[in-house]
Design a protein around this ligand. Structure first.
Ligand code: GUN
Length: 300
């Protein structure tokens, strides 16, 4: 069997099209132009690429984009002051501080400084709690993107056995909440899980978010499983020339595609969904801040 390839790039394009429609409606019917502020500290090249893409796509759907670049040695207090300024700015409906921040800054302090109403990452304790009990609000971007792809491919997720590999606050834990809300039976596996291949073999749905290149092999999978690969790992690619690299996921795509029913590729799977869901969350927060019901097609 050869798996169906889930095209996250195409899904994200369509999602951005729907988002542009919601932006237009907010502007014409309510006089609101959603605004997203992105803060980057330092000059990490990967973070720079992400932030540039975020700003470009924000503008493309018709939202206001505010980019703040701070030097890598900026005092923590100065970053917190900027967050407070953005909290108070009525033109800003979403605030994202690109992680990781430099070591001298406490990421938890930064997260706790963000107004939960503007927390488009859904990192604040208030929003983590809302996701857990099912109240409306922003949902962590990458898990939301994974959920949209799964619902699109499978229809109902109810009763499915889902195994998440990885227990991070960014992906594993919020993914667990979302799949539980969709009535999956959820197992969260991690680096200390015993007999991991055996555990994964029980899954109808596998979400791999461990950050280890090509760890999940085809013979770990149940035939027909749906595999969502969250990993973005850069590995050496000497075949492309000396010093060259390529991107691979946490799943060994070639062997997995022989066994899975469907699989997301890397690149072109989950990655493009994350930024699209950031824009979706900005519509959600802009709606809630203005006392409007957020569009149901943009959230969990
Ligand atoms: N760094 C890598 N991914 C993310 C993300 O989704 N949000 C933030 N704030 N930083 C990140």
């Amino acid at each position: 069997m050869t798996a169906h390839i889930i095209d996250g790039k195409l899904f994200a394009e369509n999602l951005r099209g729907r988002i542009a429609g919601h932006v237009e409606r907010l502007k014409t019917e309510h006089g609101i132009t959603p605004g997203l502020a992105v803060v980057i500290v330092g000059t990490d090249p990967a973070s720079q690429v992400y932030v540039t893409n975020k700003a470009k796509q924000t503008a493309e759907v018709g939202m206001n984009s505010f980019k703040h670049e701070l030097p890598g040695d900026v005092p923590e207090a100065e970053l917190l002051a900027l967050v407070h300024q953005l909290n108070a700015d009525p033109a800003v409906h979403g605030i994202l501080v690109q992680m990781p921040v430099p070591k001298h800054i406490d990421p938890n302090k930064v997260i706790e400084a963000i107004d939960p109403m503007k927390d488009v990452d859904s990192f604040t304790p208030a929003n983590v709690g809302k996701v857990q009990i099912g109240l409306p609000g922003p949902v962590s971007c990458t898990p939301l993107g994974c959920l949209m792809l799964l619902r699109d491919h499978l229809g109902k997720l109810e009763g499915k056995n889902a195994v998440i590999i990885g227990r991070s606050n960014l992906v594993g834990k919020p993914m667990m909440q979302l799949l539980l809300r969709d009535n999956c039976t959820v197992t969260v596996a991690h680096s200390r899980t015993e007999n991991l291949p055996e555990v994964v073999r029980q899954a109808d749905i596998v979400v791999a978010a461990v950050g280890r290149p090509q760890m999940v092999k085809g013979d770990w999978l149940k035939a027909g499983a749906v595999v969502i690969d969250v990993g973005i790992n850069r590995v050496p690619a000497p075949e492309k020339g000396e010093g060259k690299t390529r991107l691979v996921g946490d799943v060994d795509f070639a062997s997995a595609a022989e066994v899975a029913g469907a699989i997301t590729p890397v690149p072109g799977g989950v990655g493009p969904m994350t930024i699209a869901c950031l824009l979706a969350n900005t519509i959600t927060t802009a709606s809630l801040i203005n006392g409007l019901v957020p569009p149901s097609d943009l959230t969990a």
